[in-house]
Design a protein around this ligand. Structure first.
Ligand code: TYD
Length: 206
């Protein structure tokens, strides 16, 4: 790890169809309006390597990736994003707003795939290089709302309802266990209504 971190690292999380991408965009816009320099990025992706890994991870045929390989590839994309984008931005003193990060691996691979939250956290420790988000905001919506909001399905979105229910339960476990740095907001209502709830939580790290 090199360089002292001075900026803030904010992550928006949630199940597929939760509206977290819209909320990440609105949060970044509001932080800029408040005078912050904000870098917006997403996982998996955000770097050339990460976007290539995204294609592998989301485009592979069903059954082509072992669950453990899936963890390793998400972690590889994360390692590159931390090294190339997130750490340099935080060292400059910028704010980083990231659409998904570690909590996605904990919820999807740890709980959804059943590999365990602790095992997946351990597999990610090196990749994160000490870049722990200051705040992870989980956009929480009922399963039916998420299903209705989901667009074209990629390999992971195409999983069955039981998988998505486990992922949602995983996020609830994370919010309870890491209450000092993860928080859930009600994701129902209009984007502006949800945005107001997100910004109220961000006040804690401003
Ligand atoms: P996302 O970019 O949110 O999908 P969209 O293209 O609809 O915006 O996320 C891609 C998928 O990858 C999503 O189903 C969640 C999954 N995912 C994991 O399973 N583990 C992870 O660590 C990450 C970052 C994403």
């Amino acid at each position: 790890m090199t360089g002292a971190v001075r900026g803030r690292f904010i992550v928006l999380e949630g199940v597929d169809g939760s509206g977290k991408t819209t909320q990440a965009r609105l949060a970044a816009r509001a932080l800029r309006a408040a005078g912050r320099t904000v870098i917006e990025t997403r996982e998996p992706g955000g770097t050339v390597l990460g976007e290539r890994l995204r294609e592998v991870l989301l485009g592979a045929s069903p059954g082509a990736l072992a669950d453990t390989a899936e963890v390793a590839l998400f972690a590889a994309a994360r390692a590159q994003l931390v090294a190339e984008v997130i750490r340099p931005a935080l060292v400059r003193g910028d704010w980083v707003v990231c659409d998904r990060f570690l909590a996605s691996s904990l919820a999807y691979q740890g709980v959804g795939r059943g590999l365990g939250i602790d095992a997946v956290a351990q597999a990610n420790a090196l990749a994160m290089d000490g870049c722990v988000p200051d705040l992870t905001v989980i956009v929480d919506v009922p399963a039916g709302t998420a299903r209705a909001r989901r667009g074209a399905a990629d390999r992971i979105e195409a999983e069955d309802d039981a998988f998505h229910a486990r992922v949602a339960e995983g996020y609830r476990q994370l919010a309870a266990r890491f209450a000092d740095r993860m928080t859930a907001v009600d994701g129902t209502g209009t984007p502006d209504e949800v945005h107001a709830r997100v910004m109220a939580r961000l006040g804690a790290v401003a």
